[in-house]
Design a binder for this molecule. Structure first.
Ligand SMILES: [Zn+2]
Ligand SMILES: [Zn+2]
Length: 394
């Protein structure tokens, strides 16, 4: 069967769903309207489903239960607190915005649901559709896993996508794949450098946390530059520093927050330990003290080599091998699909979509002018469907 043609036949519906979702963007783990909209479409298609995460996540099933393998397809559905400035007729109606393209992911998965349901009698296994909330910092995938989204039936493999290429200038419709470490973890740390307040003219009577902080910030960069070998990507950023009240007062403390990004779990654990050791060590050496917290956020996103190779064979049937690009290096952003991929081998790929506005300016995701190319939506749907058939029936 030619699934690209099947998807092209329902392209108008996919675009309509995407535009409807685009107008009702919701944030975090609470997506009542979005979830209702998706549930309505699933009902119309006659697809069985249940909800998780207080009704904001949906797990739908298609195919022969208790027979063959189970493959999951995942789409995130949440939006961002950004005021839309695209000027399109179907702009957001509520002050939030689908500025990351998750409306497109949801619509592409609904398209796949339709084609898979129409051809259910041909499936030799089960497809589980995972519509998730809270990708943008709320770990929605983790919540779904904790509520059993990957169980009964147990998921063997999982596939998900993000619209937009991870680098600039990739033509629309190209499929970007990666065999292993693909995206970084998304961790956060907090430091409170403690001193003793004093008059700015008499530093010998206090302990200056500002001076200590300056040493700490410089030294933290040595974790990446001096304690790590090879090309393994790593970033430690102090993004926030706060303290002090006046030019002539040595404050009691300075607070700092930062982010750490790694694709290697070992490096991640090493940095979590070393940021604390270095900060506390310097603070103590300079007569102060340090409080330290490290928050392990989204894990690194790691694709299965075997599943990625299988996916590429399916993708070749839809877009041709000339339109499949292998990523040169991992990207430094995080994604909560990583939680699913920690549990189940699978692959997460990118589908390139226009990054330029009508005047030719580059517009990145999370920008108020962000939009996608709707011409690629049916390709995403076809990639999902072809992958399912190849995984279950071959
Ligand atoms: Zn995003
Ligand atoms: Zn996103």
């Amino acid at each position: 069967m030619n699934f690209k043609e099947c998807a092209k036949e329902i392209e108008k519906d996919i675009i309509k769903w995407r535009r409807n979702l685009h107008q009702i963007p919701e944030i975090g783990l609470d997506l009542p309207q979005t979830s209702d909209y998706v549930q309505m479409r699933l009902k119309e298609m006659g697809i069985e489903y249940k909800t998780l995460v207080n009704g904001s996540a949906i797990v739908a099933l298609i195919g022969e239960k208790n027979q063959g393998k189970t493959i999951a397809l995942r789409a995130d559905m949440d939006a961002l607190p950004i005021k839309e400035e695209t000027g399109v007729l179907y702009s957001s109606k509520n002050g939030n915005m689908h500025a990351c393209g998750h409306d497109a992911h949801t619509a592409m998965l609904l398209g796949a649901a339709k084609i898979l349901k129409d051809n259910e009698h041909l499936l030799k296994g089960t497809v589980k559709l995972l519509f998730q909330p809270g990708e943008e910092g709320f770990a929605g995938a983790k919540h779904m896993i904790e509520e059993g989204a990957l169980e009964s039936p147990k998921v063997d493999n999982i596939v998900g996508l993000h619209i937009g290429a991870p680098s600039k200038g990739v033509p629309d419709g190209k499929v970007i794949v990666n065999y292993g470490k693909t995206m970084t973890c998304l961790d956060k740390f907090y430091l409170k450098i403690k001193g003793i307040g004093a008059h700015g003219a008499y530093p010998e009577l206090g302990v200056d946390p500002v001076t200590i902080s300056a040493q700490v910030i410089g030294a933290l960069q040595c974790i990446v530059s001096r304690e790590k070998g090879g090309p393994e990507p790593a970033i430690i950023t102090v993004g926030k520093i706060n303290g002090g009240t006046a030019f002539n007062i040595i404050p009691e403390f300075i607070e700092m927050e930062g982010t750490a990004r790694f694709v290697d779990q070992g490096l991640r654990e090493q940095a979590a330990k070393r940021i604390g050791e270095i900060s506390t060590g310097i603070a103590k050496a300079m007569r102060g003290d340090c409080e330290y917290e490290y928050e392990f956020g989204y894990p690194p996103l790691v694709n299965s080599k075997e599943i990625t190779e299988k996916f590429i064979k399916s993708a070749q049937k839809i877009v041709g091998s000339e339109n499949i690009i292998e990523m040169e290096r991992p990207i430094m952003g995080g994604e909560d699909m990583a939680f699913f991929l920690q549990e189940v081998p699978g692959t997460f790929f990118f589908l390139a979509s226009s990054e330029y506005d009508s005047e030719g300016n580059f517009i990145s995701s999370h920008n108020p002018k962000f939009n996608i190319s709707e011409d690629v939506l049916h390709i995403g749907t076809a990639l999902f469907v072809q992958t399912v058939f190849d995984f279950l029936n071959m």
